[in-house]
Design a protein around this ligand. Structure first.
Ligand code: ADP
Ligand code: MG
Length: 240
């Protein structure tokens, strides 16, 4: 059997915020082409974990290894392998979708930005609005544009923090299709979600984060249907 290639490894990650230990030693491995869902109660530290991993927050301790390379403060090139979708959109409200993507395209040194941006705007269903300043956009439209922004540099790892929030049914299907296509070409995905249906539809395995620690992990297969997953989660959270 072909050995699994580890794309992202987190070792004993800790984070102190305002004298509180928010992450208490998070460890996990993400294989190439794997989709791992991270679930857990509000305030468990999921977003903090993602922000530390992508470099928006400085970890207090532990190790982050991306594609075999230990991340240091200045590992910008390696960090570019990760595409991050967070709670904030990181978009500029006075700019149009096309202008926003051009801006990020330059930042990420994307080749043929305009054709790539137009292609992505078609994919996320915003092509008709590509020249409209986004300040008038709905939450869902902004989320669609954020998805396009994250895909712009073809990251090898996607870290998506509650990406389905605010999306209508069409956009949910669209996002899931994009995620599955990315998986098929070998992209690895870490996904925070409260929506077990989406977790079920997408993930290969699921990890429960509670009070700054991963307390349980399970593979998602035919044995773990939606009901069983909910039971397993409730049990893990009440015991862990
Ligand atoms: P989750 O995404 O799982 O809901 P977060 O990572 O957003 O959780 O937050 C984890 C904990 O860290 C919460 O208790 C939150 O109040 C706390 N927290 C987040 N940001 C800060 C901060 N800047 N200063 C102090 N505490 C923070
Ligand atoms: Mg969060």
């Amino acid at each position: 059997m072909k050995e699994l290639e580890i794309m992202l490894e987190i070792k004993n990650l800790t984070k102190i915020l305002s004298d509180k230990l928010i992450l208490r030693g998070v460890s996990l491995k993400l294989n190439k082409g794997e989709i791992l869902a991270v679930v857990g109660p509000n305030g468990a530290g999921k977003s903090t974990f993602f922000k530390c991993t992508v470099g928006l927050l400085q970890p207090s301790g532990g190790e982050i290894i991306v594609d075999g390379e230990i991340i240091k403060k200045k590992s910008a090139a390696t960090r570019k392998k990760i595409g991050f979708l967070g709670h904030e959109s990181f978009l500029y409200s006075t700019l149009t979708p096309l202008e926003n993507l051009r801006f990020y395209g330059k930042l990420y040194k994307v080749k043929s930005i305009d054709s790539k941006a137009n292609q992505l705007l078609k994919e996320v269903g915003l092509h008709l609005f590509k020249d409209v300043p986004i300040r008038s956009f709905s939450r869902g439209m902004l989320q669609r544009l954020s998805i396009a922004r994250v895909m712009l540099a073809d990251p090898e790892i996607l870290m998506l923090d509650e990406p389905h929030t605010g999306l209508d049914q069409d956009a949910v299907s669209l996002l899931n299709m994009i995620i599955k296509e990315k998986k098929n070409i070998g992209t690895s995905v870490l996904l925070i979600s409260h929506d077990f249906e989406q977790v079920q539809a997408l993930a290969d395995s699921v990890a429960v984060l509670k009070k700054g620690k991963i307390i349980d992990t399970a593979p998602l297969n035919a044995d773990l249907n939606l009901e069983k997953m909910k039971d397993w989660y409730s049990r893990a959270v009440s015991e862990g």
